[in-house]
Design a protein around this ligand. Structure first.
Ligand code: NAP
Ligand code: ZN
Length: 346
């Protein structure tokens, strides 16, 4: 057993610096020095719901980049010194139909999550990358392409891939009309990726404050969700609507935006929703969801982002300011992703 230093949940509002246990290096493991880790809204959900004193230790962090510091005896695709990135899946069964289809994120035996998951080999609870070191099975680490900034690139591994897979699966490209609902971490990357794929792209947000940013990110149109006239005029217009709203909400206003045979992909809030069948019936509309990505899709995304110079718009904070980052994320005070610099843990 080895240890590292990281940030562990204490109560529901704060993380505190702590010594974090890590497994010993396995033959197919990489030890990664974590340099940058994005602050995902899922981390906030996890910390705020970590109420039970008997709950397992929680160390958030599932989109990170860093450098390989050690490789196991069976590793041949990585070497010490390689820049790498890791997302929110760190293992899968490898043999089910989903894994064989390259969708390890949907593994029938349940993919091992980067934190809060169950390690397949020793049964321990996984602890995330708000820490200086992470041990990861080689299959679930990705070479960070040259030219991709490691700090701005880290959020591609959760926020980016989560919106990339539905955009790709739904055939987004030139001639497609896409609306992205909620301009946050996931949303702003959805806009950049949709625009780069050649789609006509709109942003739907709660206030006009983000209009200038939306256009700077490449969006062609900006709609305010509270503006009924504007939303009415956009009815049945979008082939694909990517809903990244982080709170429970009524889907009806966003289903109304979907075009004939189009799809609303709800990737933000994950929980029970109520849908009027007639909101789907009229226009033969589809409701879907997605999350994270497979290994092949993630590698494709990183390559696409390197070629199109796409990284997240970030505010870097030393990891000691992680609680401030969570509080500001909760207040929607981030444009558009906090990234923790873990070097202050040395
Ligand atoms: P974020 O940066 O906080 O962005 C969420 C955006 O949703 C906000 O910027 C805001 O956009 C909008 N919003 C927030 N509260 C709202 C409300 N009450 N009503 C309407 N709109 C609201 O969060 P994120 O990191 O992008 O994550 C978004 C959600 O995706 C979270 O729930 C997270 O847990 C989830 N997630 C899912 C997956 C997956 O695998 N499917 C992966 C990562 C994250 P405007 O200010 O523009 O309105
Ligand atoms: Zn995430």
């Amino acid at each position: 057993m080895r240890t590292t230093v990281g940030w562990q949940a204490e109560g529901v509002t704060t993380l505190r610096r702590a010594t974090i246990p890590r497994r010993g290096l396995r033959p197919d493991d990489l030890a990664v020095r974590v340099d940058y880790c994005g602050v995902c809204h899922s981390d906030l959900h996890a910390v705020r719901s970590h109420r039970d004193a008997t709950a397992p230790m929680l160390v958030p962090g599932h989109e990170f980049s860093g450098v390989v510091t050690e490789v196991g005896s069976e590793v041949d695709g990585f070497a010490v010194g390689d820049p790498v990135a890791v997302g929110n899946i760190v293992d899968s069964c490898g043999v089910c139909a989903m894994c064989l289809a390259g969708q390890e994120n949907f593994c029938r035996e349940f993919p091992t999550l980067t934190y809060g998951g169950t390690d397949r080999r020793d049964g321990s609870t996984t602890l995330g990358a708000y820490a200086r070191e992470y041990l990861v099975r080689d299959r679930f680490a990705f070479h960070l392409p040259g030219g991709l900034d490691p700090a701005g690139g880290a959020p591609l591994l959760c926020a980016g891939i989560t919106v990339w897979e539905p955009l790709r699966a739904l055939g987004v490209g030139p001639g497609t009309r896409v609306a992205v609902v909620g301009l946050g971490g996931l949303g702003h990357l959805a806009v950049k990726l949709s625009v780069a794929l050649g789609a006509e792209t709109a942003v739907v947000s709660r206030s006009r404050d983000k209009a200038a940013d939306a256009h700077r990110l490449g969006a062609h149109e900006f709609l305010v969700s509270a503006d009924e006239a504007e939303m009415d005029a956009a009815r049945d217009r979008f082939d694909v609507v990517i809903d990244t709203i982080s709170a429970p909400h009524d889907l009806e206003p966003y289903l109304r935006l979907v075009a004939l045979d189009g799809t609303l992909s709800q990737v933000g809030y994950l929980g029970p929703v109520t849908v009027q069948t007639t909101d789907l019936l009229i226009g033969r509309k589809k409701l879907g969801s997605a999350g994270s990505g497979g290994r092949a899709g993630t590698a494709t995304l990183l390559d696409f982002c390197a070629r199109h110079h796409i990284t997240a718009d970030i505010e870097i904070l030393p990891s000691a300011r992680v609680n401030e980052a969570l509080d500001r994320l909760e207040r929607n005070d981030v444009r558009y992703r906090f990234v923790l610099d873990l070097s202050d843990l040395d």
